[in-house]
Design a binder for this molecule. Structure first.
Ligand code: GRG
Length: 289
């Protein structure tokens, strides 16, 4: 069952990260790092492990990129919650890192988690071919940085202070960076590690990333704060353009379903072996948190 596989991927990655934190000094910084990597859905880890499995890479190695992407995702959430950005008190149902500790600890925990991500994919235990490791490091840097996630975040912040609301293409472009880039990288882990054609998983990830963000915008309107574990309806209150504000709820739902169909179809090359990834695409738009 999909939820069991998602849970297994999460446990594997969580254990891997805990082992890594155990080798560090116990100080507020490392406690905050451990705290920030708990309690998520581990969807990006799941994508990396399943993508690797499709290419014959076993989970002992796949856990490295899977842990890397969750560490970088956790860093982005810590920094996004800071007063200088979204100023949120709650994440995954618990106080945000800067609320539990302080801003300096949150900034450093985010910085260190980002570095840990690169430590993971540059480890010889991740892959014994140095060229493959270099490609993982390079592509992860592109996905996380000013051509990917950080670009998306900067465009989002710029849009908040602009008088001109974003149109559909501009929001899609922003979200392809902010949310899509890490999802994309996770889904491409298998062909990168096996030096295989990335086209099917790249198409899958493109559609999945957009479906994820549309679903996130729908959850922001319809979700239950207790289940989602963070403050909702902030975009609406700030009058921010989102997929829902531009398309309306019904059309947003229709588009997200269309994208899930496109994501599933993109995997035809793998036949039924890719069913867990198809289940993940359906989960992304049905989730309640
Ligand atoms: C601060 C550099 C920097 C980037 C921040 C990821 C991000 C960019 C901001 C987070 C705010 C947000 C709500 C983004 C949209 C979608 C998203 C990434 C949601 C969180 O991902 P989930 O639902 O979270 O996979 P869990 O908790 O399950 O890991």
């Amino acid at each position: 069952m999909f939820t069991d596989r998602l849970h297994d991927a999460g446990s594997l990655v969580r254990m891997h990260l805990v082992t890594s934190f155990a080798g560090m000094r116990t100080i507020p910084l490392t406690e905050a790092m451990a705290y920030a990597t708990r309690g998520g859905k581990f969807l990006r880890a799941f994508l990396a492990i399943e993508s690797a499995r499709l290419h014959g890479i076993d989970h002992q190695r796949a856990v490295y990129p899977a842990a890397a992407i969750e560490a970088i995702h956790a860093y982005s959430l810590i920094h996004d919650d800071l007063p200088a950005m979204d100023n949120d008190d709650l994440r995954r149902g618990h106080p945000t890192v800067h609320r539990k500790w302080d801003d300096a600890t949150a900034i450093l925990a985010g910085d260190a988690l980002q570095a840990l991500g690169f430590e993971m994919v540059s480890s010889p235990l991740c892959h014994n071919d140095g060229d493959v490791r270099a490609d993982l490091v390079h592509s992860l840097a592109l996905a996380a940085g000013a051509r990917g996630m950080v670009l998306g975040q900067a465009l989002d912040i710029a849009a908040e202070v602009s008088d001109m609301p974003l149109d559909f293409d501009q929001i899609s472009d922003l979200q392809a960076g902010k949310t899509g880039a890490l999802i994309h990288w996770a889904a491409e882990v298998g062909p990168r590690m096996a030096r295989a054609d990335m086209t099917p998983l790249s198409s899958y990830a493109g559609a999945l990333g957009l479906a994820f963000q549309i679903a996130d915008d729908i959850l922001d309107i319809e979700g239950d704060e207790a289940k989602v574990g963070k403050a909702l309806r902030k975009d609406q209150a700030a009058g921010k353009a989102t997929f829902v504000s531009l398309l309306g709820l019904d059309e947003a739902r229709r588009r997200s379903k269309q994208l899930v169909t496109a994501a599933c179809d993109a995997l035809s090359y793998y036949g039924s072996r890719a069913d867990p990834l198809r289940d993940a695409a359906r989960f992304v738009i049905d989730r309640k948190h």
